[in-house]
Design a protein around this ligand. Sequence first.
Ligand code: HAM
Length: 421
Amino acid sequence: MSIIKAVRGFKDILPEESERWSYVEAKAREVFTAFGFSEIRIPIVEKTDLFVRSIGETTDIVEKEMYTFTDRGDESLTLRPEATASVIRAYLEHSLYASDAITRLFAVGPMFRRERPQKGRYRQFNQINVELLGIDDPRVDAEVILMLNHFLKSVGVASINLQINSIGCSECRPPYRQSLIEFLEDKKDRLCDDCGRRLTTNPLRVFDCKNESCAGIIAEAPRILDFICQACSDHFNNLKKMLTTFGVAFEVNPKMVRGLDYYTKTTFEVTVNHAGSQNAIAGGGRYDRLVKSLGGPDMPGIGFGIGFERLMSVIDIDRALYDRPLQLFIAALGEEAQKLAYELCNRLRMRGIRTEIDYQAKSLKSQMKRADKLNSRNTLILGENELQSGKAQIRHMSTGSQDTVDLKTLEENILTIIKER
Ligand code: HAM
């Protein structure tokens, strides 16, 4: 019978990779906490309407990529394709805005999009997601981008390419939109089906289109930065100034609009050169109308999502930083010694010492071979001689040095020796 394999686009993170992930996640928690963010854990499933209303009905995510199903209670539910909508749903549901003028939240976990799987693009992928709500000030835009940049550097991302843009607000976007529609209208027959269809409903989506013909047209299109109002322009200029103050290198990309409809003003994306075609490792922006459009108060916000798989594929973490080596291997010969080894092993584990034994009553030689294979830092041999003499040797594998331990106080002795080493 053949084995059942994981679903296409869904993958396992095996133990060694998982340890690297935990290390990077811990780093994110450390950096974000220093910047005043707290973790929120949100559900994976939400009502479909939440994503339709926030991400936008005519986006690729909502039109083509969501895992939507009707549950047994006849309700339309969706596996979250992103976290921002859920974070804001929770922010409103629990009135988090009432306790402080600024709310800073981060969330870590899987997202689901039914895209065509390829390297760096999965149907279940993980994000570290950050949201800052309550204030529309370019200083917080700069702060959020600075934090992202600092975190990426702290885990060793070598060539960070940060692109920023402003996509305007409810004042300046409509005239821009109109001018874009007029520009695209007479080129309609050269646009792909999706873009042709979205021409009047969501013309900005043409900027995201991967179709060559659409990309060629868009290269000549009017640019949002030439249309933004004074307030948006001041906001953008202040953001640029502050990024410069902090020495954060950036490039203005007037064509970067991002694939979700909720953005206003600042948008940004981080790409890394050697990641191949799926090179965006993080993206985000400001969303000043989203909270209100989901039925909440008029609260601005800004945030970003880091694609965890993509991030992990471009960094090299020194194994010593995440490795938790085996601290002790107990080789035991004979029934009585094996019983003692088994008990001691579990008692030491409960004291936090990573300990292993052999359960198969093998020869001393094969047990030592296994200790070697597991790369154990120390070994303890328990045989008849040791039981008789009441003393045993604990050997430090890399130096070969030995300490004699008394079997009566074995557990305490081992703890002291291992901690000293
Ligand atoms: P996004 O650009 O759709 O933004 O996703 C953020 C990051 O998630 C991307 O830059 C990429 O690294 C990763 N990602 C997206 N799709 C996939 C995939 N299929 N496979 C692997 N990685 C992927 C958002 O999701 C916004 N919610 C970010 C945000 C937060 N904006 C404001 N606050």
